[in-house]
Design a protein around this ligand. Structure first.
Ligand code: PEP
Ligand code: MN
Length: 342
């Protein structure tokens, strides 16, 4: 249930509405919009006398929320949410935020070269896995903390923010020391204890869509993070498993407008894991920008043939530069912009 307050509701009125709800043993999440304050009520509604409650001063409307995700729903928060990442990046605003970097940090030189190229082309966030969720235990697992240090140094040297994956609750602190944005990988989208812990992480979260997750399941996972106290969630479409085998996954670009209609959370698209083949990454990245994504996450590598993970889908520096030029034109056409390169 959500409570829409009167435009002119006073702070005292809002506080007393909140108190009545809390005294009934329910949880309140407050969202101050441009026009109204909206209170999201989570818990057993039968404990509230809704009739009496609707008459309280300052209450304009009491709306039952039909979707199972409440805090993630557009009803709760009609305006688009913007999520700050680091000191200078905002996801969900007019700028299409490009996050680029290798699948995994493999060493100092390659991450610095990637950061320098990314910044030169107008990307704002450097990506790179230090703890890698590999399908095989024999595959490259990442450099761990050493990788995080290299990633941070390369980003700082080039004015970029950092996104990196956390696979376990124990990794949240250490990844949070080096990254501005904590990535939850597709395989962990339904790791509910991890999501709950991220609700208290004090850093924004990039929540990738699960390999076989419906949009509703994905938003329910976002709900775990939001309801645990973290309002800064960015969704990332990265392809889902279908019967099709020509691409690594099936990139569901329709998720972009669907999420925009169901939720206020920003959504970015990862065409690299979506298609798994660099030949198809460029057109799908362009399509993601055209579809209204708030950003793209693209894997690049100085020498993709030698990459320790996801080489076949990593763009060469030259391909990435070409992609950025194209995306800049598409962004302008739809009234958005990309970061200025250096
Ligand atoms: C990644 O971004 O490197 C990654 C492993 O992605 P996903 O969780 O989407 O497979
Ligand atoms: Mn990868």
């Amino acid at each position: 249930m959500i409570i829409i307050c009167e435009t002119k509701a006073t702070e005292t009125q809002i506080k007393s509405i909140q108190k009545v709800i809390e005294d009934s043993g329910l949880k309140v999440h407050r969202s101050d919009g441009a026009e109204h304050t909206v209170l999201g009520v989570v818990g057993d509604r039968s404990r509230l006398d809704i009739g009496a409650f609707s008459l309280m001063p300052g209450v304009r409307n009491v709306v039952p929320v039909s979707s199972p995700f409440k805090l993630a729903s557009r009803e709760f928060h009609p305006e688009d949410t913007t999520v700050p990442v680091g000191d200078t990046v905002v996801v969900g605003g007019p700028e299409v935020i490009v996050m680029a970097g290798p699948c995994a940090v493999e060493g100092r030189e390659m991450i610095e070269a990637s950061a320098s190229l990314a910044a030169h082309c107008g990307a704002r966030v450097l990506r790179g896995g230090a703890f890698k969720p590999r399908s095989s235990p024999y595959s490259y697992q990442g450099l761990g903390v050493e990788g995080l240090k290299m990633l941070r140094a390369a980003a700082d040297g080039n004015g970029l923010a950092v996104v990196s994956e956390v696979m376990t609750i124990e990794q949240i602190d250490i990844v949070g020391q080096y990254a501005d944005l904590l990535q939850v990988g597709a395989r962990n989208m339904q790791n509910y204890p991890l999501l709950t812990a991220l609700g208290k992480a004090g850093k924004p979260v990039l929540l990738k869509r699960g390999i076989s997750a419906t949009i509703q399941e994905w938003l329910m996972s976002a709900e775990y993070i939001l309801s645990s106290g973290n309002p800064d969630v960015i969704l990332c479409e990265r392809g889902i498993r279908t019967f099709e085998t020509a691409t690594r996954n099936t990139l569901d670009l329709s998720a972009v407008p669907v999420i925009k209609s169901l939720s206020h959370l920003p959504i970015i698209v990862d065409p690299s894991h979506g298609v798994g083949n660099r030949r198809f990454v460029v057109p799908m990245a362009r399509a993601a920008v055209a579809a209204g994504a708030d950003g793209i996450l693209v894997e690049i590598h100085p020498d993709p043939e030698k990459a320790l993970s996801d080489g076949p889908q990593s763009l060469t520096f030259e391909e990435f530069e070409g992609l950025m030029n194209r995306c800049r034109i598409i962004g302008t056409t739809i009234g958005r912009r990309l970061g200025k390169g250096r």
